[in-house]
Design a protein around this ligand. Structure first.
Ligand SMILES: [Zn+2]
Length: 285
């Protein structure tokens, strides 16, 4: 990506390097986090399964927080991508006669307190609506590259843009409505189906950012769009379930299939238009 002209966001909170973080995470706080956060494209249970199945990954909650390296290119990259999402969503909100409230982005290592309970890196990046912050342990990018086979800067940027998409849904009152409807349904399959629509919309919003940032600042190198599509495809519920459980249970999907995630990201990316992201009235996803 070409981000040389992009200024870094001032909304990054760096909590790395604060000594040893968190020991064990209580199941109560984990449940709170699961109920209130929106995770990057991956059902937390699947992610936790991937982690426990993996031989080289011991409990990430107990490891000491890594000190940020002196030349912290990755943190700078994240701050620039966040800055780019701010510019995009400020414009989109202004066009609609509204004001965009920027979210904060927290860099952490291992585990960190959030208004949604303790956040753990094993859950993948997530957004907590109660404190309007995106949380990411940069170690996830290694997983994205090695475990999900989705390398590249635009794949990494998509992760942030997806979580920022959840922030936009929060500001627009969409996620509150979805949660109310989920509770009212009292039915797991119906609640999951709503979750899929919410997640696919966050993918579409990520695409809207990609489109607009590229038209404004020419951030993409030739062929880079493909990286985000690969990432979206790699974290489809069907693909992940086949990897972790060997079978697919569509009623348990919470984020959508690989094909659906690619389709909705592309819709946003091709159009740059949030009106193309109405996953809730779409007859087919
Ligand atoms: Zn999500």
């Amino acid at each position: 990506m070409r981000l040389d002209d992009q200024s870094e966001s001032q909304n990054v909170e760096d909590r790395r390097g604060g000594g040893v973080v968190a020991g064990s995470v209580g199941i109560g706080t984990l449940l709170v986090a699961l109920a209130a956060g929106y995770f990057f494209g991956i059902d937390p249970a699947v992610i936790l399964g991937l982690v426990s199945n993996s031989s080289h990954n011991t409990s990430s909650a107990a490891r000491p927080a890594a000190k940020p390296p002196a030349n912290d290119e990755m943190a700078s990259f994240v701050a620039k991508v966040l800055g780019s999402t701010e510019a995009t969503w400020q414009t989109v909100f202004r066009e609609a006669g509204r004001r965009y409230q920027e979210p904060k982005l927290v860099l952490f290592a291992g585990a960190t307190p959030t208004a949604c309970g303790t956040g753990k890196s094993a859950m993948g990046p997530f957004y907590c609506p109660a404190d309007q912050k995106v949380y990411i342990d940069l170690a996830f990018y290694r997983d994205l590259r090695e475990r999900f086979h989705a390398p590249g800067e635009f794949a990494q940027a998509y992760v942030i843009a997806h979580e920022v998409g959840h922030h936009v849904q929060h500001l627009l009152g969409i996620s509150d409505k979805v949660h109310a409807a989920q509770q009212k349904s009292g039915n797991r399959a119906a609640a999951n189906a709503l979750s899929v629509r919410l997640e696919l919309q966050a993918d579409c919003f990520a695409g809207v950012w990609g489109h607009r940032a590229d038209s404004m600042q020419k951030i993409l190198e030739p062929g880079e769009t493909e990286q985000a599509l690969t990432a979206a495809s790699a974290i489809g519920d069907d693909r992940l379930q086949r990897q972790t459980q060997g079978q697919i249970v569509p009623e348990s999907f919470t984020h959508g299939t690989s094909e659906q995630r690619v389709r909705w990201f592309k819709r946003g990316m091709d159009s740059g238009d949030v009106r193309q992201c109405d996953t809730f009235s779409a007859a087919s996803l």
